[in-house]
Ligand binder design. Structure first.
Ligand SMILES: *[C@@H]1O[C@H](CO)[C@@H](O)[C@H](O)[C@H]1NC(C)=O
Ligand SMILES: *[C@@H]1O[C@H](CO)[C@@H](O)[C@H](O)[C@H]1NC(C)=O
Ligand SMILES: *[C@@H]1O[C@H](CO)[C@@H](O)[C@H](O)[C@H]1NC(C)=O
Length: 539
């Protein structure tokens, strides 16, 4: 009996080893071929630069603009006009804005200026009640905004117009901000290249032949191109952080359950509500916290955003990669180097404790995220693609795709297919992965306490070429795992790498410790320069 059991265990071990080897060979070979082919295709492309930034308004944070408007140093109308002009200049190249309300925004801006000129309210109460008075903002096309298209990149939704504002839009408006435009996403936000058959493909402002990432890709690309002061993204598998990283801006994924996910597509049901988070994005770190304060609404009380953070008292941890999981690419030397500089800086400047962390469970980040997602109780992705009226057939749609008659992108079909590969939640493997994920959460909570942060690369490489994500579909595990863990994460840019596109790092904190990750992000912006303009400056 005992020998029989031993035999079984040995068999499983050997089988696992072979599957691992097979996957490793498969993924590494695909990657090498993909690198060669994409290099051949794009090698002669000349770098297109975006038109110069010709107005200093485009170089200010939303917080600074708000102050200047409040003190009547500049008018809201001038600010709104300047960003509209910038969008009109850059959008034909990067295709990030998909619908707008420019005229209405200008009208609202003029009303703000009239209110200010009337002197009805003093500066202090204006700042407290309406911290972003007169500043325009943008949001990704998966939130309902009254009067604007609300497609989430799905052809079946192409004529749907938002009937009312989602909670986060209402909160921003209450804070005085002016809704300006909505930005591109992947089909139903479930891939990490922002391309769909309603609006086409968004392009990275640093290299138009590379992706902006997704799903808040249009938003990140527009912000990086100085086309909007600040914006709102949402994140269920890295959708704020990955595009923020690829476009070299700041993005914050709040602690789960703080910011309302109301009225966005696809709708997150039950448990999925705790994996999906809505949060702020900006070129300037200083905008994240005040914007987060607005977006959190009443739940701001659960956070410690006003607590003073002493950077030398934080315990810092870092990881260079999640181990050699065959599904994941190896982390690029550029990113390792950037992270080492950060480690060196923290050690040198703050003499703070910074340790390399070993969390072997993160090796299974991809598997854990997939299992948690599929067992969360939402309809399958093929049903979302059918607007929950039945399901689309992947085979039929793929055949239609081959003859150019499919409404869906290959990415959406790939997502539907990958989801089907995931075992059902009752399968022993799923049960095991789910338990491992819960164990990982406990481990990380213990490590971080209320004074720890962890630095992790957001992705194995900087922004890759368009379409290349299909040859390495699982690399978003580096961001996605923190959705099912629920921790707050701030994405921080760290200059440009050897590909000429941004590098960066994720700063992770324990639940409700968003103030720590935001404080560390602000320090890294100070030390490493933050956002780097992707076009010349002539003002
Ligand atoms: C690179 O981007 C430019 C601008 O969008 C486009 O014209 C060109 O065809 C792209 N190159 C390739 C190889 O797709
Ligand atoms: C740095 O920290 C270590 C241990 O925490 C301490 O012994 C040392 O004196 C500190 N050095 C400086 C320059 O503050
Ligand atoms: C990406 O692949 C699709 C086919 O799936 C092709 O039509 C498109 O031109 C490709 N785009 C780029 C920019 O390489």
């Amino acid at each position: 009996m005992a020998t029989h059991k031993w035999c079984q265990e040995e068999k499983v071990k050997i089988l696992t080893w072979f599957v691992g080897l097979f996957l490793n060979v498969l993924f590494r070979t695909t990657e090498i071929f993909s690198n060669v082919i994409f290099w051949l295709v794009y090698r002669n492309e000349e770098k297109i630069r975006l038109p110069a930034i010709d107005n200093s308004i485009l170089l200010e944070s939303a917080t600074c603009l708000a102050k200047k408007i409040r003190t009547q140093e500049i008018t809201s109308e001038e600010v709104v006009k300047t960003f509209i002009r910038r969008i009109k200049t850059v959008n034909p190249i990067i295709n990030c804005v998909v619908d707008n309300r420019f005229d209405l925004a200008l009208e609202e801006a003029r009303k703000v200026d009239q209110l200010l000129q009337s002197g009805q309210k003093d500066e202090e109460s204006l700042e407290i009640e309406t911290p972003f008075l007169g500043v325009p903002f943008t949001i990704k096309d998966c939130f309902s905004v009254a009067g604007l298209h609300y497609t989430s990149g799905l052809v079946k939704r192409k004529d749907i117009i938002g009937k009312f504002d989602s909670d986060v839009v209402i909160l921003m408006k209450k804070a005085g901000a002016i809704m300006l435009a909505i930005t591109n996403v992947p089909e139903m936000c479930m891939w990490w290249e922002s391309v769909n058959n309603v609006y086409g493909r968004s392009r990275n402002p640093y290299d138009v032949n590379r992706t902006v990432g997704g799903s808040s890709g249009g938003e990140a690309g527009l912000l990086a191109a100085a086309g909007s002061p600040f914006g709102i993204g949402s994140d269920i598998g890295g959708s704020i952080r990955l595009p923020a990283f690829f476009n070299g801006i700041f993005g914050h994924k709040p602690t789960s359950g703080i910011v309302s996910n109301h009225e966005q597509q696809p709708v997150a049901e039950k448990v999925l509500q705790s994996y999906l988070v809505t949060g702020p994005m900006s070129r300037f770190c200083s905008d994240l916290l005040p914007m987060y304060r607005v977006l959190a609404g009443d739940k701001v009380k659960q956070l410690k955003l006003d607590e003073k953070v002493s950077l030398s008292k934080i315990r810092y941890f870092y990881m260079e990669h999640f181990g050699k999981n065959p599904l994941l690419s190896r982390v690029h030397p550029d990113l390792k180097k950037a992270q080492r500089k950060v480690v060196h800086h923290i050690r040198g400047t703050y003499n703070a404790s910074i340790q390399k962390l070993k969390l072997p469970l993160l090796y299974h980040a991809m598997e854990m995220w997939s299992v948690k997602m599929t067992s969360a109780g939402n309809p399958p992705f093929v049903a979302e693609l059918a607007m929950r009226k039945g399901q689309i057939s992947l085979v039929v749609e793929f055949l239609k795709f081959c003859i150019g008659k499919c409404d869906h992108t290959l990415y959406a079909l790939a997502m539907g297919f990958l989801e089907k590969l995931c075992p059902p939640s009752s399968h022993p493997l799923s049960v095991k992965m789910s338990a491992m994920c819960d164990e990982l959460r406990l481990q990380l909570q213990k490590v971080l306490g209320d004074d720890g942060v962890l630095l992790v690369p957001p992705h194995p490489t900087a922004a890759i070429y368009h379409n290349q994500s299909l040859t390495r579909p699982f690399n978003f595990a580096y961001v996605a795992i923190f959705n099912v863990l629920g921790f707050p994460v701030t994405q921080v840019p760290l200059g440009l790498g050897s590909w000429g596109v941004p590098l960066g790092v994720q700063v992770i904190g324990n639940l409700h410790n968003d103030h720590l990750t935001l404080a560390v992000a602000a320090e890294l912006e100070r030390a490493f320069g933050g956002w780097v303009p992707s076009s010349p400056i002539t003002c």
